[in-house]
Design a protein around this ligand. Structure first.
Ligand code: PLP
Length: 451
């Protein structure tokens, strides 16, 4: 069958069929329809998304029979379209910090959907303005103004534009194994060849130094000054996520602040993954009481309900965007549903003390993992991270893969980190219940024992 041929009639039939299933009550979807959804999802991935994913995703390769199809969930439980349940220890790569479908966040988004899902682009939108104020109150120091977008990579690109405009310089210092997103701007900062090399020349003037080494940053700034290369900003994740949940030395961020002030360059904290409670504080930089010049947010900002991101900075920096506010715009970023979800997310974050929960549960898991490591030091070689951004370092990639697939077969969803395949992340919802954590730990030990 030619899957690329134009067929408007088929487009209409397929769209209508799926819309009728989407709008059906869950209990009214019969088994035949469920199997059709699962099978057609596989085929559509194969023919219209990317066959590569089918060889890579454990929901396909480690599942007997029909591949798992994401369908619904609640809290820390995910359910596939055929009703198969998984404990979610992955949290959508940090997206589901308040859990899947947190009732307060869903209610806010639903109510806003009914009132006005998008905005006119002309009248002043109240939710965006209010959310910016709330985030200004939540962030450290003099951070006051913000711009909202849809994805983390857009937040980073926007931060880069602001840094360039404010300083009039083009260079950046980023870190090895850093992950800042995959649009061309953010990709220039990413610290691993595999995602950069095939694209040839990226943004000029980006230098990479080892993460956690403030002296290396200073050496680069000195060198750049000597040869006349302007550096706009130093950018880093407070705790590197995709590199394997790497916590820097305690003096790293305070030193970065001092060095950036000394050389008159901006400091950007990419909090896309660490923000909103994930590491046990509201923001990652809060561990070291540092105020960056620009902060980037994403993932959990939308409460696991809707795509939402943003970058924030002080009034001093924002001045450069005022003469022509159209220098940086987006039609859909910061739409009213996303803002409603983000406001509710922040309310939940504070009401449920999600940061405190992350700190406590992270310590609990780390203590238990230390015992497992003591028993099986040749398998589990280290545990990294803070709060509920944790990494289990396995002896090699194969062992890491075996653990992930073993857990998968036992109904627990977990995955590796993108820039370090030896490290398997533990990144559940911050309010994940203790009995689910314990079940995960028991199954983990069982899998490791069986290796
Ligand atoms: N920055 C950090 C620190 C991230 O971890 C990620 C995603 O993992 C991004 C940026 C990119 O976010 P997105 O995938 O929403 O573009």
């Amino acid at each position: 069958m030619d899957h690329s041929k134009r067929d408007i009639n088929e487009a209409s039939l397929e769209a209508n069929k799926m819309v009728s299933l989407i709008t059906k009550n869950e209990q009214d979807i019969n088994q035949e329809e469920r199997i059709w959804i699962a099978q057609s999802t596989y085929e559509n991935f194969e023919n219209h998304i990317n066959k590569g994913f089918l060889e890579y995703r454990k929901s396909v390769t480690e599942t007997e029979g029909i591949a798992l199809t994401d369908w619904t969930g609640q809290g820390s439980i995910l359910k596939d379209v055929l009703g198969r349940e998984f404990i979610d220890m992955l949290g959508g790569y940090g997206l589901y910090s308040p859990g899947i479908k947190h009732p307060k966040i869903v209610a806010a988004a639903k109510a806003q959907l009914e009132r006005s899902p998008q905005y006119s682009q002309e009248m002043l939108d109240p939710l965006r303005a209010h959310l910016a104020k709330v985030i200004a109150k939540l962030t450290p120091g003099d951070i006051q103004y913000g711009f909202f977008a849809n994805s983390g990579t857009e937040a980073v690109d926007g931060a880069m534009k602001l840094a360039k405009m404010y300083t009039g310089k083009k260079g950046f210092i980023s870190t090895l194994k850093a992950f800042h997103g995959k649009s061309l701007g953010a990709l220039s900062l990413l610290g691993k060849a595999v995602y950069r090399e095939p694209l040839g020349r990226l943004l000029d003037g980006v230098r990479h130094v080892p993460f956690g080494d403030a002296d290396a940053v200073e050496a680069q700034l000195k060198a750049a000054e000597e040869v006349g290369d302007g550096i706009a900003a130093v950018i880093a994740e407070p705790i590197q996520g995709e590199a394997g949940a790497i916590v820097p030395p305690d003096d790293y961020w305070p030193k970065l602040r001092q060095i950036c002030d000394k050389y008159d360059v901006l400091l950007i904290a990419d909090e896309v993954q660490t923000g909103f409670g994930r590491t046990g504080k509201i923001f990652g930089v809060d561990h070291w009481d540092v105020t960056p010049d620009i902060m980037c947010f994403g993932k959990a900002l939308g409460g696991g309900v809707i795509a939402m991101s943003g970058f924030f900075a002080s009034a001093k920096l924002w001045k450069v965007l005022e003469p022509n506010p159209f220098m940086h715009t987006t039609t859909t970023g910061g739409n009213p549903i996303a803002c409603a979800a983000a406001l509710a997310q922040i309310s939940v974050l504070l009401e449920e003390d999600l940061a405190g929960q992350a700190a406590e549960k992270g310590t609990y898991i780390k203590q238990k993992l230390a015992k497992i490591q003591e028993l099986y030091p040749e398998v589990l070689t280290d545990v990294t991270g803070r709060g509920l951004l944790l990494g289990m370092v396995f002896a090699n990639d194969e062992v890491g893969f075996e653990v992930v697939s073993g857990l998968f077969k036992r109904g627990i969803l977990i995955a590796g980190t993108l820039n370090n395949s030896r490290v398997v992340r533990i990144e559940p919802a911050l309010n994940v219940p203790y009995p689910l954590i314990d079940k995960f730990l028991v199954e983990l030990e069982d899998v490791i024992k069986s290796l």
